[in-house]
Design a protein around this ligand. Sequence first.
Ligand SMILES: [Zn+2]
Length: 137
Amino acid sequence: MYKLRVTRDIAGAHYLPDYEGKCRTMHGHTWTVEVLIAYQSDLGLTGLYLAKTGGLIVDFRLIKETIDLFDHVTLNDLLPVPTAEHLARELYWRLTGHIGNWLDCDVEGYTKDLGTPKVEWVRVWESKECYAEYAPS
Ligand SMILES: [Zn+2]
């Protein structure tokens, strides 16, 4: 089993119009996004998958670029209710889709027998004390 974890800080403004309290008005956070990706294999470059991808489960650059789509933006422009929960869920599905696209472009014919890397979970820390995590059940 291989596991990849990426932690990245982004800055983003948001407001929660239906919230009773300070978060109702526009304000900003430095959000910390954590991503965990797992790939079930005991093989190294002798395995078909890692041989074809040049030894990468998923390119870290791809993960960082996906997270950076939410950096220095007003999150309400991208999500109807931009809570940490919804941001974690959105990033989970975007990363899952991007991994599939990356593999389709760069790797041929490995998935039927060897499986694919899977996003295990995405955590979005709104502050040092609080995070929301999304993983489909
Ligand atoms: Zn907030």
